[in-house]
Design a protein. Sequence first.
Length: 206
Amino acid sequence: MSDNPKFEVIDRRKIKAEEEHDSPKPEAEGPSAPAAEPAPSGGPRLVVNDERRDPAAGAATESAAADQGTELPAPPSQEESDKQKAAYDASAQRLEDLIRAQSPAAGPPPPVTFDALAQQFYISAMIQMGAGTQEGQRPRVDILGARNTIDLLGVLAEKTKGNLTEAEDRTLQAVLFDVRMAFLELTSMINMQAMQPPMPPPPGKK
């Protein structure tokens, strides 16, 4: 890998705005085809996707609903939750029995623990930052998705403060530190590339 990897930034907001400006508005709107992405370049491709839910927009929507007198659905009763939990456990056990019948050598699934939850967030964030890409393929980086996953880890750390064992807290803090460090390194490379002047065209081409 070179010292200055190339990133191709794709901002779908600009693509959508250009399409709406250039094309006439049809009478009946149908499903639109996805915009063609620019030709790939040599480095990882950075995908900027603004289709995530904006927390501020979500709060404004809930506030508007409250102002209009819209009531949120009532939470399930304890009896309903208990029945649903029992049905879920029975369904999961039937699925496990089916898998064990088809693969007798397969052992029991690992227990679902808090460490497994923290590791799942870690894996998701690292994949969003391009880790795990097969050799010869260009990493596809979802930097905004990675930031959202890391922020969720931060919320988890804040909301579980004082309720974890020492080992669980150590695992969570280590995971959070690693993904934040990877995010800092990746965004530093992106900023370095953004500050570099564009390369001149090859000889003979304008």
